[in-house]
Design a protein around this ligand. Structure first.
Ligand SMILES: *Cc1c(COP(=O)(O)O)cnc(C)c1O
Length: 377
């Protein structure tokens, strides 16, 4: 049996043709026609007016925060239950992350609570410059309760949709629920360019500024003139060609990952102590990864027992993201809420293999081993 990974890259076959086209056109340099086309196609898919392709999702978030005006001394509020890339660009800009605990049912940022916190922060005279909402594991954080408070207080919402491309909320695509958003095309994401990302913006001036900063902030003059310091953050034309082939296959991938999620639920959701992450009301999640928590008292085995049993069968499973407020790198940062909800999710939660190449027999094999771990103890 080949090793089962969490979410390995998946090729469609069409990558080759587009790559060869890029090579044939001799357009190896960064930027080029495939980058422009990839930006147009992603913007259309996500229903955002402007897109800037970047070398990673982390780079896209760095640019998004910078064009949103985040600078030294600012606060940026961000979900604590997420990958570190949701927060590291905050520190690149000399700003301070404030970590928001999860809401217990949805696991996401509790946007109703954060709206109230914003009002309190305004009274104290210390508002954040921006708030990063994270669409976790393919489920969307509903920003609606936050929108009015953010508008009233001049706070920009940035949607980190890196894990949720293909998901929708009320028919709106993930990545279109805020004025700025980012995607990732890292190797483990639902579509990949091997490495890459995208910034999406509702405002043209934001996209233009991001594109400028991403190309070393070169002024449009023949010699190399720089008023400010920028970055080398653009995506290469070769990788954009790969991304176009991948994007064309997105809908099928979402259908597949949803089918995998449904099958896991069929097999495991009835077991004592298992609880799966659900899509919220009016949502169609992409279920990039299928995730669940295990109550060890009810199930008779811990999350780590299940991971170990799967590892023994050469199957990769992992804990949920370790909350950022528990990361040594962020020691001393403030948390909104106690942090205990996300900590408990981290202690009991796991990600199951969810790659698009999995067959239903593969899912059944994973589920059988996971279920047996409870009986074995
Ligand atoms: C993958 C990911 C990113 C960006 O990752 P890159 O590897 O830089 O493309 C950002 N946020 C979240 C939540 C992610 O999962």
């Amino acid at each position: 049996m080949p090793r089962l990974h969490l979410s390995p890259p998946e090729l469609t076959g069409a990558e080759r043709d587009l790559l060869l086209d890029a090579l044939a056109s001799n357009w190896i340099a960064p930027l080029g026609p495939h980058v422009d086309a990839f930006e147009r196609e992603v913007a259309a898919k996500v229903d955002m007016p402007h897109a800037v392709a970047t070398s990673s999702g982390t780079a896209a978030l760095h640019l998004a925060l910078e064009v949103a005006g985040v600078t030294t001394g600012d606060e940026v509020w961000v979900s604590t239950l997420t990958f570190i890339a949701s927060a590291s660009p905050i520190t690149y800009l000399g700003a301070t992350p404030v970590f928001v605990d999860s809401e217990p049912t949805t696991w996401m940022m509790d946007t109703t609570r954060v709206a109230a916190e914003l009002d309190a922060a305004a009274r104290r005279g210390k508002l954040p410059r921006a708030i990063v909402t994270v669409d976790l594991y393919g489920v969307i954080t509903d920003p609606a309760p936050l929108v009015e408070a953010c508008r009233a207080h001049g706070v920009v919402i940035v949607e980190d949709a890196a894990e949720a491309l293909g998901a929708t909320l009320g028919g709106r695509p993930a990545g279109s629920l805020a004025d700025l958003s980012i995607l990732s095309f890292n190797g483990n994401k639902i579509i990949t360019t091997s490495g890459g990302g995208m910034l999406l913006a509702r405002r043209k001036d934001w996209a233009d500024r991001a594109r400028f900063l991403a190309t070393q902030a070169r002024e449009p003059v023949p010699h190399y003139e720089h008023q400010v310091v920028g970055y080398n953050y653009r995506l290469s034309n070769l990788l954009a060609a790969v991304g176009r082939a991948q994007l064309a296959d997105l809908d099928r991938r979402v259908t597949t990952r949803r089918a995998i999620n449904a099958r896991y639920r069929e097999r495991l959701a009835g077991l004592p102590g298992w609880r799966f992450l659900d899509e919220g009301p009016r949502q169609r999640a992409s279920y990039w990864l299928t995730t669940a928590t295990i109550d060890p008292a009810a199930f008779g085995a811990t999350r780590d027992d299940v991971i170990a049993a799967l590892a023994a069968a050469d199957i990769e499973a992992r804990p949920l993201w370790k909350p950022l407020h528990l990361q040594p790198a962020f020691r001393g940062c403030r948390t909104i809420g106690t942090g205990e909800v996300s900590q408990a999710l981290f202690e009991r939660g796991l990600c199951l293999p969810s790659g698009g190449q999995m067959t239903m027999d593969d899912v059944d094999r994973v589920a059988t081993i996971a279920a047996a771990a409870g009986r074995a103890r």
